[in-house]
Design a protein around this ligand. Sequence first.
Ligand code: FE
Ligand code: MN
Length: 338
Amino acid sequence: MNASENMAKQILNASEVDPNKILPIKYPWAREYYKNGVANNWVPEEIPMQQDIELWKERGGLSEDERRMVMWNLGFFSTAESLTANNIVLSIYRHVTNPECRQYMLRQAYEEAVHTETFIYCCDSLGLDPDHVFNMYNSIPSIKKKDDFVVEMTKSLLDPGFTTSGNENIKRFLHDLIGYYVIMEGIFFYAGFAMMLSFKRMNKMIGVGEQFQYILRDESVHLAFGVDLINTIVSENPDVWNDDFKKITVENIKRAVDLEAEYAKDCLPGGILGLTSDTVIQYVQYIADRRLERLNLPQIYNVRNPFPWLSEVIDLRKEKNFFETRVTEYKTGGQLEW
Ligand code: FE
Ligand code: MN
């Protein structure tokens, strides 16, 4: 293969790309993720919230600590979802011109809109003050620090003059993709998933828990796509993945784990029955090692997974048979009748 043929088909800086011509497909994994996303379709309104509403409003139904944990998680996720949607549409989409990757990103953007809608629905159902919930990214320091870290890590892409031409820019782009996909969607969402799904297992706030479970299933596909995108760019530009860059990546992941630990302590200052911040932090460390593995970097924490039941949902990524009944119902519901 000569140099120009090599340039013709790749994710960044391709010499020949028609963003409107999807066939023949170069990256079949992108299309697979698109199909997975469609097969997983759901909307928050189909999850009953009655039990949650009763428990939330019942005097003494939940302890102050339990309420705080639920509120903080709603607060973080309510704005993180739109931050992610904006990042995809306003920065990544502009630079990744490959049509099958774009097809998936459009699907992902839609799912982020569904996730944003989920938090509107939760606020409405529980009668929460939307100004309070949707302003927690400003008012709660441990949430603000996470959001600020991602914004800081990914700001170069928002520069309208940014291009991916040359190795230094490819590195900046990869650095930002790691911020979006590996840190935001792959680490910063996971203390919340662990807390809310543990709570659901205790039979508390099961509607909100189920909403989080659907979001988790979507997010595990977003993360898988992001990692494939990152690893493909690296394989097409192997020079950028040097020791310096690996070191920066590992430092960023460590910093993310520290911020997530701070957030977990803030959500669970005294722990609640059956759940402590230490366990959640161990889970975040376990998850960070899995992310490092996917990026072909050495593990840091080497800890045991404290929530194996949760890992089954995430790590095996059973998109096809997890929630099978629901998915089937959606498929039937989605058919048009003439
Ligand atoms: Fe999301
Ligand atoms: Mn996402």
